[in-house]
Ligand binder design. Structure first.
Ligand code: SAM
Length: 332
């Protein structure tokens, strides 16, 4: 029974954190501890309601309360303050503004087997088109992808010895957290981020703020339609899970054809166990892909099969323990 009560309550905990992030509570408290009434004045909130939200955040371990003053806990300072280096505030806003609403139609997605963009937002343009119409939404989406991606990239680039490669091309690379992490670990590597033109200004900002900006370039293009920039190591981070097999196999073949012999493809995704018994986070991400894309999370065996269909024969899997796992497919 406890699991049922816990799951009934789970979305309330999520929404408590989402609301506190959106109201700017953690940003405000990062400057100095404050009482509920001072915070309510500063953020123009209803004082008594704000105190209830603050107490709820304290009960969740996001705030500490001493003598009526609230302060951020370390986890809030690291992940919930919007200008922290490791912030997940973009991913939280993306979850609150988009995913939460898409998930409210999960039952219909299961009935019909398709994503919920039209039902939820009344628009035919899904995911990237939806975000990239509006510069603020684009920036928020990219920051969200960056925050979540940074939790895994440093581990992914060490999952295999990539020191023999000289030029990494990250297809749909977004803010470039994967090539940045790779260039930081491998001093002889340079990298190209290949992504849609709307992403370019944001990506360039992230590149120029990194310690390896002189080894990373951005090339605008569409990986389905345009020729791929040349490289001996390609990467696809959370790209394959966005699409169904008929869309993704030709892209994998295109990568295979573009690679020199002994070149490789590095994949960053949440891997489902072959018997589909877990892990929970990958299965939840799989339902997430159901409501918001035409794709899904795949098992190790499914990745091997997809990659073999594209021509790769040497496929290695590495479960990282981070939110995303790593697959390396070598062209022999
Ligand atoms: N790889 C990044 C990461 O792990 O943070 C971003 C992942 S995000 C889920 C998907 C990325 O693919 C976005 O940056 C998006 O702009 C890019 N993308 C989508 N369709 C594309 C296309 N046809 N050509 C190039 N990039 C594309």
């Amino acid at each position: 029974m406890n699991i049922v009560l816990d799951l009934i309550e789970a979305f309330r905990r999520s929404k408590t954190m989402f609301a506190a992030v959106r109201l700017g509570i953690f940003d405000q408290l990062e400057h100095a501890p404050q009482t509920a009434s001072a915070l309510a004045r500063a953020l123009q909130l209803h004082e008594a309601a704000a105190a209830r939200l603050l107490d709820a955040c304290a009960s969740l371990g996001l705030l500490e309360k001493h003598a009526q003053e609230y302060r951020n806990t370390r986890v809030a300072s690291t992940y919930l303050v919007s200008d922290s280096e490791d912030t997940l505030s973009g991913y939280i806003k993306y979850s609150d503004e988009s995913l939460y609403h898409l998930w409210s139609h999960l039952d219909d997605a299961v009935r019909e087997g398709s994503n919920r963009w039209e039902q939820t937002f009344g628009a035919r343009d899904a995911l990237f088109d939806h975000y990239y119409r509006d510069p603020e939404k684009t920036a928020n989406f990219m920051q969200g992808m960056n925050g979540f991606g940074c939790l895994s990239s440093p581990t992914i680039v060490r999952a295999f010895d990539l020191s023999r490669y000289r030029h990494l091309v990250d297809l749909g690379g977004g803010t470039g957290h994967l090539p940045i992490a790779a260039c930081q670990v491998y001093p002889d590597l340079r990298a190209t981020i290949f992504d849609l033109p709307k992403v370019e200004p944001i990506s360039r900002r992230f590149i120029s703020n990194s310690s390896v900006a002189n080894r990373i370039e951005f090339v605008a293009g569409d990986f389905f339609r345009d020729p791929l920039p040349g490289g001996d190591l390609y990467s696809l981070g959370r790209i394959i899970h966005d699409w169904d097999d008929p869309r993704i196999v030709p892209l994998l073949r295109k990568v295979f054809d573009a690679l020199p012999s002994n070149g490789a493809l590095l994949i960053q995704e949440a891997l489902v166990q072959d018997d589909r018994s877990g892990p929970v986070c990958a299965l939840m991400q799989d339902l997430n892909m159901l409501v918001c894309t035409d794709g899904r999370e795949r098992t190790e065996a499914e990745y091997k099969l997809l990659l073999e269909r594209a021509g790769f024969s040497d496929v290695q899997i590495h479960r990282t323990g981070a939110p995303l796992d790593a697959v390396l497919a070598v062209k022999r």
